[in-house]
Structure formats: C-alpha cells, structure tokens
Design a binder for this molecule. Structure first.
Ligand code: MN
Length: 230
C-alpha cells in the first residue's frame, strides 16, 4: 500500500497517560456537560430542575498532562471547575441506557478551566462558548484509570483545593444526569466513538485563579491531579 503523502506535516495525535501503564489512551473528541450538579447550577443563577442536559466541546489539543496551566490571554477572571472524566472505548448513535457503561474504558479527573468574564459576555450576546471554554491548555487531566480496576464510580467525593484551602466539594451521587444517561443523551446528538472523552460537570464552589496558584483536586477512589497556574 502506498504511504499517504501530506502537503503539510500531519498534526500530532493526542494521548492521555494511563495510570500504571506504558500504554496511552488516544483522544478523538472532548465533550463537556453543562450544569450537572444542582448546587453549581444555583450558584450560576440557573434553575437546577432536570431539564435536558446540554453539551459543549473542547479540542483534544486543549488537554494538558504536565500539570501546568498557563493563564490565558484576554481574561481577568478564569475559573476552575473540577470534573470526573469518562474515557470511551466504544460508541455509536442512540446508545441504549443499559449499554451505556459498557462503552466506557476508564475514568480520570480534570479541570474545566473557563474564562468566566468572556463566558458572561458570550451568554449575554447569545454567542457560542468556544472562546470561554475551548482555549489553549483549558483542560488539565489526570492519568486515566481503567474501569476494569475501579468499576464505574457513581458516588464518592469530588473536591478541589487551591493553595491548601478547600474550594469545591461534592459527591458524584449529586449529578443531575448520571454517567449512563450522559452517554445515552450525548449519543442522541453526536456519533460517539472510541477515544472520546467526556467531562461530566462540576459541583459548587467554582472560583478564580491567579498565577502561582497550586490546585490539588480529585475524585476519591478514582484519581488525583495537581495543577500549577503559571
Ligand atoms: Mn464544566
């Protein structure tokens, strides 16, 4: 077979590390769930009732695995949001609820950094969220852990500390849309596939960071992640 000739160098594929393994997880797409914990919806000024979930995306190239978050341009109010991360090994369209968890390869913890000032302006103008969410280095992620080892975490503490002070705390059981429901609902809108990453929403307590801040976050029994704002 002839090797494909590219007219420019092919973009590098994106991989996430796997805890305790030399092998890595190849990333295809990055989906995020909005307002999936009632107490966070309330703190953002929204009704926490169970409306259909909504989704947005980041780019695979926005993922960070070296624990460093460069403070972004054009914002002076950048917020942390700690989230459980799902990593898919299978996908499809209209995935039935009872098959949803069989699509999940593993889990990690990540931070959905958000340019909150830009997001507020974007929301007011009714414009798309990319500038607030899908910016460079906006998603530090821990090494992934296979579901084979830890199961599917549907309860357990999720937390985030800044400089040793607890800022966010919640429990996975507080998710408005549970893990299988997230996969099923997302698959109604998009064709999911192996390599897709889903950030599952954040509990209450989001807030701003400044350069030099040290974040320590995690989901008990799943993964921990340290991030320095540079
Ligand atoms: Mn989020």
């Amino acid at each position: 077979m002839r090797e494909t000739q590219t007219v420019i160098p092919a973009p590098a594929p994106v991989f996430l590390p796997v805890a305790g393994s030399e092998a890595v997880f190849p990333v295809r797409r990055v989906y995020c769930v909005g307002r999936n914990y009632a107490d966070h919806a309330i703190e953002m000024g929204h009704d926490p009732s169970r409306e259909p979930p909504f989704f947005f995306q980041k780019n695979p190239q926005n993922l960070v695995i070296n624990g460093q978050f460069p403070y972004p341009s054009l914002s002076s109010n950048v917020h942390f949001e700690v989230e459980l991360v799902m990593a898919l090994k299978a996908g499809g369209q209209d995935i039935p609820l009872e098959e949803a968890l069989s699509c999940v390869w593993g889990y990690g913890v990540g931070v959905d950094f958000t340019r909150r000032d830009l997001q507020d302006a974007i929301k007011k103008a009714g414009r798309p969220w990319e500038a607030a969410k899908a910016f460079e280095a906006s998603a530090p992620i821990s090494p992934l852990v296979p579901a084979d080892q830890i199961g599917h975490p549907q309860q357990g503490e999720i937390f985030l500390d800044v400089n040793g002070v607890r800022k966010q705390t919640g429990d996975l059981a507080q998710m408005i849309w549970k893990l299988p429901e997230i996969v099923t609902e997302l698959s109604k809108l998009f064709t999911l596939a192996p390599g897709d990453i889903i950030m599952t929403g954040t509990p209450a307590g989001v807030g701003p960071v400044v350069r030099g801040d040290r974040i320590a976050c995690g989901v008990t029994g799943v993964a921990m992640l340290d991030v320095t704002v540079i």
